[in-house]
Ligand binder design. Structure first.
Ligand SMILES: Cc1cc2nc3c(=O)[nH]c(=O)nc-3n(C[C@H](O)[C@H](O)[C@H](O)COP(=O)(O)O)c2cc1C
Length: 330
């Protein structure tokens, strides 16, 4: 069922799934003709930003959903995902799940927007009537989101995002890790491979240059003079946007969460909306609590992430930085 050529074709699509900081931690090993072992590359983790490994595991989950969508094009489907509890690491790879493939039925419509989805870090234009309709359709379609609208509420969330972001940026290890995954110049050897490149972050060259200094050697002094928070503020990026609070059942395996997260993002894309996660809002306990209380996230649900979304004021960045398919098969 799964020969090398088909696996390569599938992974060319699977690798388009989102991953935290674009670290692309997921690797695949065919075992027999109908089984794939999903492994995690342990050199691709985020000990400062994601100490529990939640977001890395969620990223594996998004890759599983990507596989499910890609299989549909070939009349195949995922029959079973068996999470593996054996944590033995060999050759830098940790087994995460065993995935069994079987014949499937019809193609999932979301497969058609896989190549169009991208993190949108630019600005938004005001919602027009069609945009409002798209937002309503998205909200009806995605069961796991709570939409927040209204300029005041959005601005309050934008300020909270700045507070949360600054909280994490004040941690030296967190800042250094973020900078390590940023590719601020085209001459960076991994610019097209992984991480966050200037284009994907919607940063003109001069801003990218400034970011290297602000998050790097200048940060302690800028902080002392009370300038750092303003320089790293992303409040303006919320102008004209809506916010979607993405919540899932408490205690859910992040592999399952990641599948739902990717689907929610594809549903947005299918409606012509653009979005970017603002993870700090969910990751910082203080902002997470505030959002859950203010916007009545239902009991028993965990606020997993927050999307800033809307009608993009511009076109998405051209190519996506991704690892070659051959490196994903181990
Ligand atoms: C769990 C998770 C958390 C993320 N958090 C953020 C975030 O806080 N800010 C951001 O700009 N992008 C965030 N992203 C988006 C990734 O950086 C993005 O998916 C990756 O760079 C690949 O780019 P693409 O989405 O355009 O394919 C997150 C993605 C995942 C899966």
């Amino acid at each position: 069922m799964l020969d090398r050529a088909l696996l390569e074709e599938l992974l060319a699509e699977v690798r388009l799934a989102p991953s935290v900081h674009n670290i692309q931690p997921t690797r695949w090993r065919p075992v027999g003709r109908d089984t794939l072992l999903l492994l995690g590359d342990i050199s691709r983790r985020l000990p400062a930003a994601d100490p529990s490994g939640h977001d890395v595991r969620l990223s594996h989950g998004a890759a599983i959903e990507g596989l499910s969508l890609a299989l549909g094009r070939h009349g195949l489907q995922i029959a079973q995902v068996e999470p593996l509890t054996d944590v033995t690491v060999s050759d830098g790879l940790q087994p995460i799940a065993r995935i069994t493939i079987a014949s499937g039925d019809e193609l999932d419509g979301l497969a058609d927007v896989v190549s169009a989805r991208a993190s949108w870090r630019g600005g938004f234009r005001p919602f027009d009537q069609a945009g409002e309709a798209a937002l309503s359709r998205f909200s009806a379609m995605a069961g796991n989101v709570q939409l927040v609208r209204g300029a005041d509420s959005i601005d309050a969330i934008a300020r909270l995002a700045d507070e949360a972001g600054f909280h994490f940026l004040c941690d030296d290890a967190h800042r250094a890790e973020l900078l390590r995954w940023m590719r601020l110049s085209r001459s960076h050897p991994a610019y097209q491979r992984d991480g966050l490149n200037a284009e994907a972050m919607a940063m003109p060259g001069v801003v990218a240059f400034g970011t290297r200094l602000v998050l790097g050697p200048l940060f302690p002094a800028l902080r002392r003079f009370g300038l750092a928070a303003t320089l790293v503020s992303e409040r303006g990026k919320f102008a004209n946007s809506a916010v979607a609070l993405f919540h899932r059942p408490e205690g859910e395996d992040p592999l399952a969460t990641g599948r739902a997260f990717y689907r929610a993002w594809l549903m947005l894309t299918a409606q012509g909306l653009a979005a970017c996660p603002v993870s700090v809002l969910a990751d910082w306990p203080a902002s997470n609590r505030q959002l859950v209380e203010r916007h009545s996230v239902p009991a028993g649900r965990r606020l997993v992430n927050v999307f800033r979304l809307g009608l993009p004021a511009g076109s998405p960045p051209g190519g996506k930085a991704r690892l070659p398919v051959a490196e994903l098969i181990v």
